[in-house]
Design a protein around this ligand. Structure first.
Ligand SMILES: *[C@@H]1O[C@H](CO)[C@@H](O)[C@H](O)[C@H]1NC(C)=O
Ligand SMILES: *[C@@H]1O[C@H](CO)[C@@H](O)[C@H](O)[C@H]1NC(C)=O
Ligand SMILES: *[C@@H]1O[C@H](CO)[C@@H](O)[C@H](O)[C@H]1NC(C)=O
Ligand SMILES: *[C@@H]1O[C@H](CO)[C@@H](O)[C@H](O)[C@H]1NC(C)=O
Length: 484
């Protein structure tokens, strides 16, 4: 047992109370979610697959975290949420953990992310285009290190709960946002930490800067570090001093304690937190340099840069790239894929469907249209989209994206499978219609085989198709029967 009893008790208390407080929050979320779902589905359907009305998780002078909540449908057992984090230069997003897997995409700027990987503390430097995963329950913090530049992140929030609720647990912080530890009540805490109410109040209500703290004001977090340090030393002393029957016992226990101390550094959540906080404040730097034994050098996975990857497909009308777990193995653990598409003005991602995953997308640049079709062949959505808007496409539903004529459209997103996806195209040279037997298709469409040949041969491009400069009289294709 590496964690001393008192730590274990403290941690147990911590988690019990978390469970209670999140259970209460959960109920509230559920209610909201249902209401929201009804409102969205009951009303007009023209923007049915857009995720609208972002929820503000936290906002402060230094930054903002908003989330577009995905919602439940038969096709998506646990919805994914899409989060946007914006941070001003030299700002720290305080240490926290979430009950959801996060996959970050650095849209703009540069950052440092520190987190607990395999019970050790690691830190990574991420730049524009990087994709990086933080698993559920791993504590992390983010610092914007871009010189005078705002940091913009897009992340997928993949809940581990069946109900699809997610929650941030702030460890640092004070009155706003409250630290999770504050949830215990004064008596429990004064006992657990063995401090006076006065000290406790100072710690829990001290920092008022919110979730985004200027790194030039590390004093806002110092209280926490001091508390952790003090309590850690006291707890250790007390255990060693304890009452011993004879010196031999004490010797033995002390030597065991020394071993435990090493393990403890690896496994105690409090220790990890202390290290995390110390690093935020730059106090661990000196120690770290000295301590460079190979055993302590845990190597966290590197980031994957999506802009440095060669596109999977490219023609004159645009390109697309999909990142699967073959490219970036951490994606396998979350079972989430990442993609990026760039269409030139007026071009279209040919109508297709995804047989293995639901897709979520964010328009990064430009404007365009997204069309989604119901299984019964009627239009489900034909919506104009612009930068910053979020859409989702249920698995199996046919859809296409069309860039407006005014300029290129770039969109990025996540899919609910980390395997290389195999979109099935319904039009273009690589269409599944073309792979099927010609006579059978002609029969199925009830047209002459020669006419069918002309029909299927007329589009010579595939996947990303050029704009039709002279639209034919009949614009209705088989795929989009009518607009709602
Ligand atoms: C609590 O702290 C006081 C002094 O600050 C110390 O005398 C006492 O032994 C501590 N109790 C425990 C249980 O750590
Ligand atoms: C434990 O004993 C050491 C000396 O052996 C002493 O300095 C320290 O204050 C004691 N700690 C506690 C909590 O009693
Ligand atoms: C997308 O394509 C446009 C031209 O169509 C280009 O200007 C832009 O840089 C491309 N975006 C990326 C990320 O390569
Ligand atoms: C097609 O399916 C959608 C959704 O299930 C439904 O709302 C719509 O009425 C259906 N249309 C027809 C013509 O059956």
């Amino acid at each position: 047992m590496a964690i001393p009893k008192r730590y274990a008790l403290l941690l147990l208390l911590l988690f019990c109370s978390l469970a209670v407080s999140t259970a209460q929050r959960k109920e509230r979320w559920e209610e909201e979610e249902e209401e929201e779902g009804e409102r969205r589905y009951g009303g007009g359907q023209e923007r049915m697959f857009m995720l609208e009305k972002p929820m503000q998780v936290v906002k402060g002078e230094g930054g903002e975290f908003t989330v577009f909540r995905g919602f439940k449908r038969r096709e998506t057992a646990t919805p994914m949420h899409i989060g946007f984090i914006t941070m001003e230069p030299s700002t720290l997003f305080i240490p926290q953990y979430m009950d959801a897997d996060l996959i970050f995409f650095v849209r703009r700027g540069e950052m440092r992310i520190g987190w607990i990987y395999k019970d050790d503390f690691v830190e990574k430097h991420l730049k524009i285009g990087d994709v990086y995963r933080i698993p559920a329950g791993s504590a992390f913090y983010i610092v914007n290190i871009g010189r005078g530049q705002r940091l913009q992140l897009i992340c997928s929030i993949d809940t581990t709960h069946k109900k699809g609720i997610f929650q941030s647990f702030y460890i640092g912080g004070g009155s706003k946002p409250p630290s999770v530890i504050a949830g215990f009540g004064t008596r429990t805490l004064t006992t657990a930490f063995n401090v006076t109410e006065e000290v406790l109040t100072e710690i829990l209500e001290g920092p008022k800067a919110g979730a985004f703290v200027p790194v030039t004001r590390p004093d806002l977090l110092r209280g926490w570090v001091e508390l952790m340090n003090r309590k850690h030393n006291e707890m250790r002393d007390e255990e060693i001093n304890g009452s011993w029957d004879d010196e031999e016992d004490k010797e033995e226990v002390l030597s065991v304690r020394e071993e435990e101390k090493e393990e403890e550094e690896q496994s105690s959540a409090l220790w990890s937190w202390r290290k995390l906080l110390n690093t935020v404040l730059g106090e661990d730097k000196k120690k770290k340099k000295k301590k460079s034994s190979p055993s302590s050098a845990v190597k966290a996975p590197d980031a994957f840069n999506i802009y440095e990857r060669d596109p999977d497909f490219r023609n004159n009308y645009g390109w697309s790239v999909a990142v699967s777990h073959r490219d970036y193995s951490p994606l396998r653990r979350s079972d989430v894929g990442v993609y990026l598409v760039n269409l030139t003005a007026g071009s279209m991602m040919a109508p297709h469907f995804n047989p293995t995953a639901t897709e979520y997308g964010v328009v990064l640049r430009g404007t365009g249209t997204i069309q989604v079709v119901f299984p019964n062949g009627t239009s489900a959505m034909d919506a104009e989209v612009r930068e910053g808007e979020v859409f989702w496409i249920p698995r199996y539903y046919p859809f296409c994206q069309i860039a407006s004529r005014s300029g290129p459209m770039e969109f990025f997103g996540f899919s609910t499978s980390s395997r290389p996806n195999s979109p099935q195209f319904l039009a273009g040279r690589s269409s599944i219609l073309n792979s099927m037997g010609r006579d059978e298709m002609a029969t199925a469409l009830d047209i002459d085989a020669k006419r069918y040949d002309r029909f299927r041969g007329s589009q010579r491009e595939e996947i990303i198709l050029p704009e039709l400069l002279m639209p034919p009289e009949e614009t209705t294709t088989g795929f989009i029967a009518e607009r709602v």
